[in-house]
Every structure is written in C-alpha cells, then in structure tokens.
Design a protein around this ligand. Sequence first.
Ligand code: NDP
Ligand code: GDR
Length: 370
Amino acid sequence: NHSVDESAAPNGALATTSLIPQPLSPPRKVALITGITGQDGSYLTEFLLRKGYEVHGLIRRSSNFNTARLDHLYVDPHNSQKARMKLHYADLSDATSLRLWVDSLLPDEVYNLAAQSHVAVSFEIPEYTADVVATGALRLLEAVRSSPKKGIRYYQAGSSEMFGSTPPPQSETSPFHPRSPYAAAKCAAHWYTVNYREAYGLFACNGILFNHESPRRGENFVTRKITRALGRIKVGLQTKLFLGNLSAARDWGFAGDYVEAMWMMLQQDEPEDYVVATEDSHSVEEFLEEAFGHVGLMWRDHVEIDKRYFRPTEVDSLRGDSSKVRKVLGWKPRVGFKELVRMMVDSDIELAKREKVLVDAGYMDAQQQP
Ligand code: NDP
Ligand code: GDR
C-alpha cells in the first residue's frame, strides 16, 4: 500500500512514482481499547488514528446508542479501505467476550479504559463497580496473558483516587489509601497489573492519572456539571445549580493531553508505572469562581448546596508530583487550569445556545436536556 495514498498527488505524479520500488511501510499497528465510548476513549482513538493505527473498540450493549463521542470518527465498515476504527460488542464483566476479541484481533497494544468511573455512584453499586473495575481488569489481563499473540502491551487506567487520604503531593511512591469502593477497586486493578508484569513478564503499565476534563467529560462529574449548568444559566434555560462539597481540591488537566501519556508509556523499552498530573491544584469553589467569572456572573447567585452530593468518605486534596513522567517520557501538559475552564465553558455555552433555539421553537422543554 506504499504508493496508493499518493494517488491524489497533483499532476499525475503517481504514474511515474508507482513504478519505482518503494520501501515497504511497516504493518499498521493494531490497538484495542475498552471504554472507547468514554471521554478518554474518544481522545485516545483520535490520537491513535492520527498516528496511523488501526483502532478496535469494545463497546457494551445499551438500549440507547452510546457512541456519541465517536460519531465524528465513524466510517462505515463496509468501506474497509477507509474504516480504521472498528467497534465490537463486549463487556468487562464477560471474560469470554474479552478473550474472543483479544484472540481474534491480535492487537499490539491494549488500553483498558473501561470502568464504572463515578466515585459517588460506586457507594451505591459497590459490587458492580468492583466487578467491572477490579475483576474486569483481571479478566482482560488473563485474556492478554493467554493470547496466542506474545508481546501485547497493556495499559491500565489507574487513578489518583487510589491515594485517597494520603496528603499531597502524591507520586508513584506515595501510599494508597482509597476512600471509596471505586478507589479500592482501582487499587486492586493496579496490583493485578503489577503482578502480571512481575509473574509473567507482561509489558503492562499503570498510568496513575489525576483528574482530566474536557468538553466531552461526563455531565455528572463536577467540572462538566458546572460548565453545563453555567451555559444554560447564561442563555436563560435554568437559574440554579445544586452541588456538594466545594472545598475538595483536585489537580485538573485536559484529557487530550493525558491520552498522549498513555501511549508514550507503551512505547518505552521497559514497562513502568507513571503519575500523570499538572501539579496545580484548585478547589471546586475556585473552579466555580473561574467559570462564572469568565462570563461575568457570580456563582453565589446560582449555586445551592445539596447534602445529597456529599460522599460518605471524601478525598480532600489531590496534587500530583509528575516529575517521573516529565523526565522519563518527556511528557508535559499543554493546557493549564484557566484555559481548561474557558474551553469547557465556551463549548457549553454553544451547546446551550443550540438548546435554546429548540426550546424557543417549541421542540424542547427547558427542563429537558438532549
Ligand atoms: P468514562 O466514564 O467517560 O468512560 C468509561 C467507559 O467505560 C465508557 O466507554 C463506558 O461505556 C465503559 N464501560 C463502563 N462499564 C463497562 C463495562 N461493564 N464493560 C465495558 N465497558 C464499560 O471515563 P473516562 O473516559 O473519564 O475515564 C477512562 C478511564 O480512566 C476509566 O477507567 C476511569 O476510571 C479512569 N480514570 C479517569 C480519570 C478522569 O479524570 N477522567 C482519572 C483517572 C482515571 P458506556 O459509554 O457504555 O457507559
Ligand atoms: P472525582 O470527580 O470524584 O475526583 O473522580 P468528580 O468530578 O465526581 O468530583 C470531584 C470533587 O467534586 C466534589 N463535588 C461534586 N462532585 C460531583 N460529581 N457532583 C457534585 O455535585 C459535586 N459537588 C462537589 C466531589 O465531592 C469531589 O470532591 C474523577 C473520576 O473521573 C474518576 O473516575 C477518576 O478516577 C478521578 O476523577 C481521578
């Protein structure tokens, strides 16, 4: 396929160049991503497609379509020349489905991003969270270990939540003290990954990523909940926003930057674990201040505290020490706190404006969200 892509070259250059032997390009790398429909999955897919990968994503069956974050990347698989992203049904709770796809796709790299990823929800469905987050990772590691293809590289989506109540700054050597069923399950997944590396020589890495956000962030995580509501407040679709603990501090980065670190980990000579963080921490209140300030509103005029959003145990303060990933991988964040907040607010104001058009035309109720 080395000269086919040049057929669009101007002035019929292909007619001559295609007769000259070209060096064969290396075979396209194959990546398998769980959680491809999530925030990180969509950014990682874009990133890997740009790198020339063939990307396979495992999606779970849902009664509604759950691929909204990927729709702009979708090419009909019947167009096999162009379709480099392909989706397959599987579930982290179903080992057979994981094995089936690992064994038939024979990927070079596996990114395990799937999770019940909401910390507060994990208190309500702890057992399911453990099954998907902890045992799910174990099932996938087993599928990779027993695959006929040797040398598959595995990425495990670890979390700063594992540090829990350990005070900042948190680095690879800081102790874990999880504060939720979600965080405890992520610790198990972390140690399964370490164990498969030590026991079987698997090329398996844990990325211990601090919070990362974007306009594609799920709407019930605090940053997006704020910017989504703010957009609607700004265009007059709502007036109030109900939140929980405003004093918790997080090290918020941009998801687009973080997926690059995932890939970089798998390109090294040795598999290791890395903390990925901006090293800059802000409280939820500071996020509100920045977001509302950006559009000239006062958050205190709109925010009400609702005890429902407090967690039985909270993670008070996270700020990463990411010196290892910066030194060894040469990674650093491109988007800082203010830019991130503005990017999310601007995007959600545009979204709210589109909603407003539908509401004004009588196609949508103001309470309803698409
Ligand atoms: P999201 O919640 O946006 O995405 C989670 C993904 O997992 C979705 O694609 C979801 O599918 C899928 N999923 C959930 N349950 C299952 C299941 N049983 N079987 C198969 N797939 C399933 O998370 P993010 O993109 O934000 O995060 C990606 C990963 O990184 C997660 O593991 C998360 O815990 C972890 N993480 C995230 C951080 C962050 O700040 N974003 C920080 C540190 C770690 P569906 O679309 O159908 O719901
Ligand atoms: P987190 O993210 O728990 O850090 O987990 P989230 O945005 O849910 O909470 C951050 C902080 O905000 C406080 N908070 C609220 N949170 C939510 N969701 N809704 C509210 O109304 C609200 N009010 C205040 C929380 O108490 C908390 O202190 C995220 C997820 O992406 C995990 O999967 C990931 O592992 C970690 O980040 C790193």
